[in-house]
Design a protein around this ligand. Sequence first.
Ligand code: AHN
Ligand code: ZN
Length: 359
Amino acid sequence: MMDGRIQMSDVRSKKPYFWYKNKNKMSKITLFFLSVLFAVTGFVFCSSCQSQKSANKDIVAPAYTKISPDFNADSAYSFIGKQVSFGPRVPGTTAHKACGDYLSAKLAGFGTDVFEQKANVMHYNGQNIEIRNIIGSYQLEKEKRILLFAHWDSRPFADEETDPEKQNKPISGADDGASGVGVLLEIARQLQKRPTDVGIDIIFFDLEDWGQATFDKNYVSGEWWCVGSRYWSENPHTVGYKASYGILLDMVGAANATFLYEGYSMQHASNVVSKIWNIASNLGYGRFFVQRNGSYITDDHVPIIENRGIPCANIINLKDTYNGFAPHWHTHNDDMRNISKETINAVGQTVLEMIYREK
Ligand code: AHN
Ligand code: ZN
Protein backbone atom coordinates (compact mmCIF):
# COMPACT_ATOMS: atom_id res chain seq x y z
CA MET A 1 0.00 0.00 0.00
CA MET A 2 2.77 2.42 0.71
CA ASP A 3 5.16 1.55 -2.11
CA GLY A 4 3.87 4.15 -4.55
CA ARG A 5 2.18 1.78 -7.00
CA ILE A 6 -1.36 2.30 -8.25
CA GLN A 7 -4.00 0.57 -6.17
CA MET A 8 -7.28 -0.84 -7.48
CA SER A 9 -9.14 1.09 -4.80
CA ASP A 10 -7.75 4.35 -6.24
CA VAL A 11 -9.05 3.50 -9.69
CA ARG A 12 -12.49 2.71 -8.36
CA SER A 13 -12.59 5.98 -6.45
CA LYS A 14 -12.16 7.71 -9.90
CA LYS A 15 -8.83 9.20 -8.98
CA PRO A 16 -6.53 9.48 -11.97
CA TYR A 17 -4.03 6.68 -12.40
CA PHE A 18 -1.11 8.92 -11.56
CA TRP A 19 -2.59 9.81 -8.22
CA TYR A 20 -0.34 8.82 -5.38
CA LYS A 21 -1.37 8.57 -1.78
CA ASN A 22 1.97 9.88 -0.80
CA LYS A 23 2.81 12.82 -3.10
CA ASN A 24 6.30 13.02 -1.73
CA LYS A 25 6.96 9.67 -3.25
CA MET A 26 5.95 10.76 -6.78
CA SER A 27 8.92 9.72 -8.84
CA LYS A 28 11.07 12.29 -10.58
CA ILE A 29 10.56 10.40 -13.84
CA THR A 30 6.77 10.75 -13.63
CA LEU A 31 7.09 14.47 -12.91
CA PHE A 32 9.33 14.84 -15.92
CA PHE A 33 6.85 13.07 -18.23
CA LEU A 34 3.99 15.13 -16.88
CA SER A 35 5.73 18.42 -17.56
CA VAL A 36 6.62 17.28 -21.08
CA LEU A 37 2.98 16.35 -21.62
CA PHE A 38 1.74 19.77 -20.45
CA ALA A 39 4.32 21.60 -22.52
CA VAL A 40 3.37 19.72 -25.68
CA THR A 41 -0.41 20.05 -25.26
CA GLY A 42 0.03 23.73 -24.35
CA PHE A 43 2.03 24.36 -27.48
CA VAL A 44 -0.39 22.48 -29.75
CA PHE A 45 -3.38 24.26 -28.19
CA CYS A 46 -1.85 27.73 -28.48
CA SER A 47 -0.69 27.28 -32.05
CA SER A 48 -4.10 25.97 -33.08
CA CYS A 49 -5.59 29.07 -31.41
CA GLN A 50 -3.29 31.25 -33.46
CA SER A 51 -4.17 29.64 -36.75
CA GLN A 52 -7.82 29.77 -35.78
CA LYS A 53 -7.49 33.51 -35.19
CA SER A 54 -5.85 34.24 -38.54
CA ALA A 55 -8.39 32.05 -40.35
CA ASN A 56 -11.21 34.03 -38.74
CA LYS A 57 -9.56 37.29 -39.74
CA ASP A 58 -9.52 36.14 -43.38
CA ILE A 59 -13.21 35.36 -43.30
CA VAL A 60 -14.26 38.62 -41.64
CA ALA A 61 -12.22 41.04 -43.78
CA PRO A 62 -11.03 39.58 -47.07
CA ALA A 63 -8.19 41.65 -48.43
CA TYR A 64 -8.95 43.28 -51.79
CA THR A 65 -6.20 44.99 -53.70
CA LYS A 66 -7.29 47.49 -56.33
CA ILE A 67 -5.12 47.16 -59.41
CA SER A 68 -6.59 49.93 -61.58
CA PRO A 69 -5.44 53.57 -61.67
CA ASP A 70 -7.46 56.10 -59.64
CA PHE A 71 -10.53 57.35 -61.50
CA ASN A 72 -10.72 61.14 -61.36
CA ALA A 73 -14.31 62.24 -60.69
CA ASP A 74 -13.48 65.95 -61.09
CA SER A 75 -12.24 65.25 -64.58
CA ALA A 76 -15.32 63.17 -65.48
CA TYR A 77 -17.56 65.88 -64.01
CA SER A 78 -15.97 68.51 -66.23
CA PHE A 79 -16.49 66.29 -69.32
CA ILE A 80 -20.18 66.05 -68.41
CA GLY A 81 -20.46 69.81 -67.88
CA LYS A 82 -18.77 70.50 -71.21
CA GLN A 83 -21.31 68.38 -73.12
CA VAL A 84 -24.22 70.07 -71.36
CA SER A 85 -22.73 73.52 -72.13
CA PHE A 86 -23.32 72.97 -75.86
CA GLY A 87 -27.06 72.85 -75.16
CA PRO A 88 -29.36 69.87 -75.84
CA ARG A 89 -27.59 67.44 -78.21
CA VAL A 90 -30.59 66.84 -80.45
CA PRO A 91 -29.64 65.32 -83.82
CA GLY A 92 -29.84 67.93 -86.56
CA THR A 93 -28.98 70.91 -84.31
CA THR A 94 -25.76 72.93 -84.23
CA ALA A 95 -25.27 71.97 -80.54
CA HIS A 96 -25.33 68.31 -81.57
CA LYS A 97 -22.79 68.93 -84.33
CA ALA A 98 -20.48 70.92 -82.02
CA CYS A 99 -20.65 68.34 -79.24
CA GLY A 100 -19.98 65.51 -81.71
CA ASP A 101 -16.86 67.33 -82.92
CA TYR A 102 -15.76 67.82 -79.31
CA LEU A 103 -16.22 64.12 -78.43
CA SER A 104 -14.40 62.97 -81.54
CA ALA A 105 -11.48 65.33 -80.82
CA LYS A 106 -11.35 64.21 -77.17
CA LEU A 107 -11.15 60.53 -78.11
CA ALA A 108 -8.39 61.29 -80.63
CA GLY A 109 -6.55 63.40 -78.02
CA PHE A 110 -6.66 60.48 -75.58
CA GLY A 111 -4.84 58.33 -78.10
CA THR A 112 -7.62 56.23 -79.60
CA ASP A 113 -8.04 55.35 -83.24
CA VAL A 114 -11.26 57.22 -84.02
CA PHE A 115 -13.86 56.00 -86.46
CA GLU A 116 -17.00 57.99 -87.15
CA GLN A 117 -19.98 56.20 -88.56
CA LYS A 118 -22.53 58.40 -90.30
CA ALA A 119 -25.80 57.29 -91.81
CA ASN A 120 -29.24 58.63 -92.72
CA VAL A 121 -32.28 57.09 -91.13
CA MET A 122 -35.97 57.78 -91.56
CA HIS A 123 -37.62 58.46 -88.22
CA TYR A 124 -41.27 57.89 -87.16
CA ASN A 125 -42.16 61.55 -87.84
CA GLY A 126 -41.06 61.21 -91.48
CA GLN A 127 -37.94 63.21 -90.74
CA ASN A 128 -34.65 62.13 -92.30
CA ILE A 129 -32.02 62.23 -89.57
CA GLU A 130 -28.27 61.94 -89.95
CA ILE A 131 -26.85 59.80 -87.16
CA ARG A 132 -23.24 59.93 -86.03
CA ASN A 133 -21.78 57.08 -83.96
CA ILE A 134 -18.36 57.97 -82.58
CA ILE A 135 -15.94 55.10 -81.96
CA GLY A 136 -12.54 55.19 -80.24
CA SER A 137 -10.35 52.07 -80.11
CA TYR A 138 -7.27 51.16 -78.11
CA GLN A 139 -4.78 48.50 -79.21
CA LEU A 140 -6.51 47.40 -82.39
CA GLU A 141 -3.93 44.62 -82.74
CA LYS A 142 -5.40 42.83 -79.71
CA GLU A 143 -7.86 40.10 -80.50
CA LYS A 144 -9.58 40.02 -77.12
CA ARG A 145 -11.72 43.14 -76.86
CA ILE A 146 -14.15 44.77 -74.45
CA LEU A 147 -16.80 47.20 -75.60
CA LEU A 148 -17.78 50.20 -73.45
CA PHE A 149 -20.67 52.38 -74.62
CA ALA A 150 -23.14 55.15 -73.84
CA HIS A 151 -25.48 57.37 -75.87
CA TRP A 152 -24.45 60.96 -76.53
CA ASP A 153 -27.67 62.44 -77.95
CA SER A 154 -30.25 64.08 -75.70
CA ARG A 155 -34.02 63.79 -75.80
CA PRO A 156 -35.86 66.37 -77.98
CA PHE A 157 -38.72 66.64 -75.48
CA ALA A 158 -39.45 66.40 -71.78
CA ASP A 159 -42.51 64.19 -71.83
CA GLU A 160 -42.31 63.43 -68.11
CA GLU A 161 -43.11 67.08 -67.37
CA THR A 162 -46.78 67.82 -66.68
CA ASP A 163 -46.85 71.31 -68.22
CA PRO A 164 -47.37 70.92 -72.04
CA GLU A 165 -45.29 74.05 -72.64
CA LYS A 166 -42.31 72.43 -70.92
CA GLN A 167 -42.91 69.05 -72.55
CA ASN A 168 -42.06 70.35 -76.02
CA LYS A 169 -38.59 71.61 -75.13
CA PRO A 170 -35.48 69.41 -75.38
CA ILE A 171 -33.79 68.35 -72.14
CA SER A 172 -30.24 69.08 -70.97
CA GLY A 173 -29.62 65.39 -70.39
CA ALA A 174 -26.78 65.82 -67.90
CA ASP A 175 -27.58 62.41 -66.46
CA ASP A 176 -29.44 60.95 -69.46
CA GLY A 177 -26.65 60.84 -71.97
CA ALA A 178 -23.81 63.10 -70.81
CA SER A 179 -23.00 61.19 -67.59
CA GLY A 180 -22.12 57.89 -69.29
CA VAL A 181 -20.11 59.66 -71.98
CA GLY A 182 -18.26 61.77 -69.38
CA VAL A 183 -17.28 58.70 -67.35
CA LEU A 184 -16.09 56.94 -70.52
CA LEU A 185 -14.00 59.98 -71.54
CA GLU A 186 -12.26 59.87 -68.16
CA ILE A 187 -11.69 56.13 -68.62
CA ALA A 188 -10.15 56.93 -72.03
CA ARG A 189 -7.85 59.48 -70.36
CA GLN A 190 -6.69 56.78 -67.94
CA LEU A 191 -6.21 54.25 -70.73
CA GLN A 192 -3.88 56.59 -72.55
CA LYS A 193 -1.64 56.76 -69.46
CA ARG A 194 -1.61 53.02 -68.83
CA PRO A 195 -2.91 50.41 -71.30
CA THR A 196 -4.94 47.35 -70.32
CA ASP A 197 -3.97 43.79 -71.30
CA VAL A 198 -6.99 43.61 -73.63
CA GLY A 199 -8.18 45.89 -76.43
CA ILE A 200 -10.86 48.43 -75.53
CA ASP A 201 -13.47 49.95 -77.85
CA ILE A 202 -15.49 52.93 -76.69
CA ILE A 203 -18.63 53.83 -78.64
CA PHE A 204 -20.77 56.92 -78.21
CA PHE A 205 -24.08 56.05 -79.86
CA ASP A 206 -26.35 58.61 -81.43
CA LEU A 207 -30.17 58.77 -81.55
CA GLU A 208 -30.91 56.61 -78.54
CA ASP A 209 -33.41 58.99 -76.99
CA TRP A 210 -35.85 60.03 -79.72
CA GLY A 211 -38.42 57.38 -78.91
CA GLN A 212 -41.97 58.58 -79.55
CA ALA A 213 -43.21 61.00 -76.90
CA THR A 214 -45.90 59.75 -74.53
CA PHE A 215 -47.97 62.84 -75.38
CA ASP A 216 -47.84 62.05 -79.11
CA LYS A 217 -51.31 60.82 -80.08
CA ASN A 218 -50.29 59.54 -83.56
CA TYR A 219 -48.67 56.33 -82.45
CA VAL A 220 -46.34 54.90 -85.09
CA SER A 221 -45.29 51.29 -84.59
CA GLY A 222 -41.60 50.60 -84.98
CA GLU A 223 -38.24 50.70 -83.19
CA TRP A 224 -37.72 54.36 -82.36
CA TRP A 225 -35.42 54.01 -79.35
CA CYS A 226 -31.75 53.05 -79.66
CA VAL A 227 -31.58 53.83 -83.38
CA GLY A 228 -27.82 54.55 -83.49
CA SER A 229 -26.85 51.37 -81.67
CA ARG A 230 -29.28 49.31 -83.76
CA TYR A 231 -27.74 50.72 -86.93
CA TRP A 232 -24.21 49.91 -85.72
CA SER A 233 -25.23 46.43 -84.55
CA GLU A 234 -26.40 45.69 -88.11
CA ASN A 235 -23.49 47.54 -89.75
CA PRO A 236 -20.49 47.32 -87.41
CA HIS A 237 -17.55 49.61 -88.22
CA THR A 238 -15.30 46.58 -88.71
CA VAL A 239 -16.51 43.45 -90.49
CA GLY A 240 -17.66 40.79 -88.03
CA TYR A 241 -16.84 42.96 -85.00
CA LYS A 242 -16.72 40.86 -81.84
CA ALA A 243 -16.03 41.60 -78.18
CA SER A 244 -15.90 39.28 -75.16
CA TYR A 245 -18.56 41.42 -73.55
CA GLY A 246 -19.93 44.94 -73.42
CA ILE A 247 -20.80 47.40 -70.66
CA LEU A 248 -23.41 50.12 -71.18
CA LEU A 249 -23.40 53.22 -68.96
CA ASP A 250 -26.82 54.89 -68.94
CA MET A 251 -27.82 57.51 -66.37
CA VAL A 252 -24.85 56.89 -64.09
CA GLY A 253 -24.49 60.40 -62.64
CA ALA A 254 -27.26 61.13 -60.15
CA ALA A 255 -26.78 61.41 -56.39
CA ASN A 256 -27.88 58.22 -54.61
CA ALA A 257 -28.19 56.31 -57.87
CA THR A 258 -29.10 52.65 -57.47
CA PHE A 259 -27.84 50.27 -60.13
CA LEU A 260 -30.07 47.22 -59.89
CA TYR A 261 -29.67 44.05 -61.96
CA GLU A 262 -31.27 45.08 -65.28
CA GLY A 263 -33.39 42.29 -66.82
CA TYR A 264 -31.79 41.80 -70.27
CA SER A 265 -28.32 42.02 -68.73
CA MET A 266 -29.22 39.21 -66.32
CA GLN A 267 -30.79 37.16 -69.08
CA HIS A 268 -27.81 37.39 -71.45
CA ALA A 269 -24.76 38.42 -69.38
CA SER A 270 -25.33 37.35 -65.77
CA ASN A 271 -21.64 36.43 -65.37
CA VAL A 272 -20.60 39.92 -66.48
CA VAL A 273 -23.15 41.43 -64.10
CA SER A 274 -21.88 39.41 -61.12
CA LYS A 275 -18.27 40.34 -61.89
CA ILE A 276 -19.08 44.06 -62.05
CA TRP A 277 -21.29 44.07 -58.96
CA ASN A 278 -18.76 42.01 -56.97
CA ILE A 279 -15.93 44.37 -57.87
CA ALA A 280 -18.10 47.33 -56.85
CA SER A 281 -18.81 45.65 -53.52
CA ASN A 282 -15.11 44.91 -52.97
CA LEU A 283 -14.26 48.55 -53.69
CA GLY A 284 -16.89 49.72 -51.19
CA TYR A 285 -19.55 50.88 -53.68
CA GLY A 286 -22.27 48.43 -52.68
CA ARG A 287 -24.53 51.37 -51.82
CA PHE A 288 -24.75 52.18 -55.56
CA PHE A 289 -24.39 48.69 -57.04
CA VAL A 290 -27.34 47.12 -55.25
CA GLN A 291 -27.53 43.33 -55.62
CA ARG A 292 -31.23 43.10 -56.38
CA ASN A 293 -33.28 42.48 -59.52
CA GLY A 294 -34.56 45.48 -61.47
CA SER A 295 -36.79 45.77 -64.53
CA TYR A 296 -36.08 45.08 -68.21
CA ILE A 297 -35.02 48.25 -70.05
CA THR A 298 -35.06 48.58 -73.83
CA ASP A 299 -31.68 50.22 -74.16
CA ASP A 300 -28.59 50.32 -76.41
CA HIS A 301 -27.36 46.95 -75.16
CA VAL A 302 -30.41 45.09 -76.57
CA PRO A 303 -29.63 45.39 -80.32
CA ILE A 304 -25.96 44.56 -79.59
CA ILE A 305 -26.93 41.41 -77.69
CA GLU A 306 -29.45 40.46 -80.40
CA ASN A 307 -27.52 41.29 -83.57
CA ARG A 308 -23.89 40.82 -82.56
CA GLY A 309 -24.28 38.13 -79.93
CA ILE A 310 -22.14 40.11 -77.50
CA PRO A 311 -23.24 39.67 -73.85
CA CYS A 312 -23.78 43.14 -72.43
CA ALA A 313 -24.47 44.52 -68.96
CA ASN A 314 -26.35 47.77 -68.48
CA ILE A 315 -25.34 49.97 -65.54
CA ILE A 316 -28.48 52.08 -65.20
CA ASN A 317 -30.09 53.96 -62.31
CA LEU A 318 -33.36 52.13 -61.58
CA LYS A 319 -35.93 53.27 -59.06
CA ASP A 320 -39.24 52.07 -57.66
CA THR A 321 -41.11 54.98 -59.29
CA TYR A 322 -44.11 54.60 -61.62
CA ASN A 323 -41.85 54.73 -64.70
CA GLY A 324 -38.94 52.86 -63.08
CA PHE A 325 -36.49 55.77 -63.30
CA ALA A 326 -35.30 58.66 -61.10
CA PRO A 327 -37.73 61.60 -60.78
CA HIS A 328 -35.63 63.87 -63.04
CA TRP A 329 -35.85 61.40 -65.94
CA HIS A 330 -37.04 63.09 -69.16
CA THR A 331 -37.71 66.35 -67.32
CA HIS A 332 -35.91 69.70 -67.24
CA ASN A 333 -34.51 68.75 -63.84
CA ASP A 334 -32.02 66.51 -65.60
CA ASP A 335 -29.26 69.10 -65.40
CA MET A 336 -25.88 69.49 -63.70
CA ARG A 337 -27.44 69.94 -60.25
CA ASN A 338 -28.19 66.22 -60.33
CA ILE A 339 -24.66 65.10 -61.05
CA SER A 340 -22.81 63.65 -58.06
CA LYS A 341 -19.05 63.13 -58.09
CA GLU A 342 -19.49 60.34 -55.59
CA THR A 343 -21.72 58.40 -57.99
CA ILE A 344 -19.58 58.92 -61.09
CA ASN A 345 -16.51 57.94 -59.08
CA ALA A 346 -18.15 54.66 -58.00
CA VAL A 347 -19.09 53.82 -61.59
CA GLY A 348 -15.83 54.93 -63.17
CA GLN A 349 -13.61 53.15 -60.65
CA THR A 350 -15.66 49.94 -60.89
CA VAL A 351 -15.50 49.84 -64.69
CA LEU A 352 -11.77 50.67 -64.65
CA GLU A 353 -11.12 47.85 -62.16
CA MET A 354 -13.15 45.47 -64.33
CA ILE A 355 -11.17 46.17 -67.51
CA TYR A 356 -7.72 46.29 -65.85
CA ARG A 357 -8.38 42.85 -64.37
CA GLU A 358 -9.06 41.39 -67.81
CA LYS A 359 -6.26 39.22 -69.24
C1 AHN B 1 -37.55 52.85 -72.30
O1 AHN B 1 -38.08 53.74 -71.66
C2 AHN B 1 -38.27 51.66 -72.77
N1 AHN B 1 -36.27 52.91 -72.61
C3 AHN B 1 -35.54 54.05 -72.20
C4 AHN B 1 -34.12 53.92 -72.42
C5 AHN B 1 -33.55 55.22 -72.12
C6 AHN B 1 -34.08 56.42 -72.40
N2 AHN B 1 -32.42 55.43 -71.53
C7 AHN B 1 -32.25 56.71 -71.43
N3 AHN B 1 -33.28 57.33 -71.96
ZN1 ZN C 1 -33.69 59.17 -72.08
